[in-house]
Design a protein around this ligand. Structure first.
Ligand SMILES: NC(=O)C1=CN([C@@H]2O[C@H](COP(=O)(O)OP(=O)(O)OC[C@H]3O[C@@H](n4cnc5c(N)ncnc54)[C@H](OP(=O)(O)O)[C@@H]3O)[C@@H](O)[C@H]2O)C=CC1
Ligand SMILES: CC(=O)N[C@@H](CCC(=O)OP(=O)(O)O)C(=O)O
Length: 334
């Protein structure tokens, strides 16, 4: 049994982690934590998220000193804001814990990226260097060896799972950058109330055009420039990414099918459609990323759908845990 701590357990990603880890045969949830000042400290997780009543009734503990947990836990999940993960991860790592960080704090090995895109100066170059990017289907061997796994962002997961097989197979035309239009449910912004995310304000609208921090994350790991436009939709959860690409001359439907087949034939959590394209209803509440495509001459449209809180966050983190410790990759996920 591995003892585990979930920090940020009351948040949207944290509660999904608690759900998966509670039913994992090799994991023992030692504690659930929130911030030292949290108004929820002392409450049971199931008071805030009643779907867990009778299943995970542990209290939310205020985290003021990492040392309280350091000797008692083997694995830590950080479902916390980027700056919080940036400060906490090195402390748990120094105590010998394996850390799965769901934030963006260790995803891109470039300190300047953090001052430019996240608004803080990164202080832990050594951990940026050592962190393994947890795009589970593509990083299996590196994850097995890692102490710090930086779980990818929700949009970058969908975009990269769709594009990487095509790029690896050399099918995309260099003259046209892939154009990624993706719509997310409101849970992508977390549980904390803000005006933009309030019921009467949410509509269907693009945001962060050319400036969203996920664009450089995608580019850093795909190795090609992209255009990325996120949209906020008026639904609770799920991401649908519609990605338009230009193909190299002569690339056929069979070439694309083969590229996806080679990439994902033995990857149970990415489902490639033989016909048609996915809708959100196929993946919400499930740990899959579903991919389909349509083709006309040299124009390709790839559609990827996932649950932002699951394959885009918590289930991918648990998938990485399963890989890291040699458990079946889908353990407790399906
Ligand atoms: N939502 C999504 O779709 C995705 C989110 N992510 C990332 O995962 C992380 C969590 O996201 P999400 O669940 O949406 O966020 P939420 O805002 O829903 O939850 C944040 C959690 O962190 C806790 N917290 C805040 N400050 C601290 C602190 N100093 N110490 C300990 N706990 C703290 C909060 O509780 P309290 O404030 O009461 O202390 C809460 O439990 C973020 O980095 C996010 O960017 C990644 C992919 C997708
Ligand atoms: C709808 C919405 O607001 N989504 C969030 C992305 C959530 C996510 O994946 O985020 P991290 O990289 O922050 O972990 C956003 O655009 O900032």
């Amino acid at each position: 049994m591995l003892n585990t701590l979930i920090v940020g357990a009351s948040g949207y990603a944290g509660v999904e982690l608690a759900t998966f880890l509670n039913r994992h045969p090799h994991m023992n949830i030692t504690a659930l934590a929130v911030s030292a000042q949290s108004p929820d400290a002392g409450k049971r997780l199931s008071e805030l998220h009643p779907q867990l009543k009778g299943t995970v009734d542990l209290p939310l503990e205020p985290l003021s000193d990492v040392a309280v947990y350091a000797g008692k836990v083997d694995v830590v999940f950080l479902a916390t804001a980027h700056e919080v993960s940036h400060d906490l991860a090195p402390q748990f790592l120094a105590a010998g814990c394996v850390v799965f960080d769901l934030s963006g704090a260790f995803r891109v090995n470039d300190q300047a990226f953090y001052s430019r895109c996240y608004g803080f100066n990164h202080q832990h170059a050594e951990w940026l260097e050592k962190a393994v990017y947890g795009l589970a289907e593509w990083q299996h061997d590196a994850i097995k060896e890692a102490q710090l796994i930086a779980v990818p962002g929700c949009y970058p997961t969908a975009a990269q799972l769709a594009l990487k097989p095509l790029i690896e197979a050399g099918l995309l035309h260099e003259a046209q950058w892939p154009v990624i239009n993706a719509t997310s449910g409101v849970s992508g912004a977390g549980r904390k109330a803000t005006m933009n995310n309030s019921f009467c304000e949410v509509s269907l609208q693009p945001y962060g055009m050319f400036t969203h921090r996920h664009r450089p994350e995608i580019e850093a790991h795909l190795g090609v420039p992209v255009v990325f436009t996120p949209h906020l939709g008026s639904f609770p959860r799920g991401i649908l990414a519609t990605i338009t690409c230009r193909l190299q001359p002569g690339v056929s439907r069979e070439d694309i099918t083969e590229a996806f087949h080679n990439a994902y034939q033995d990857k149970p959590l990415v489902r490639v459609y033989e016909q048609g394209v996915p809708a959100l209803k196929a993946v919400v509440g499930l740990p899959f990323c579903d991919i389909g495509f349509a083709l006309e001459d040299e124009h390709l449209i790839v559609v990827a759908a996932e649950d932002n809180l699951l394959k885009g966050a918590a289930s991918q983190a648990v998938q990485c845990l399963n890989i890291r410790f040699g458990f079946p990759e889908t353990q407790s996920l399906i």
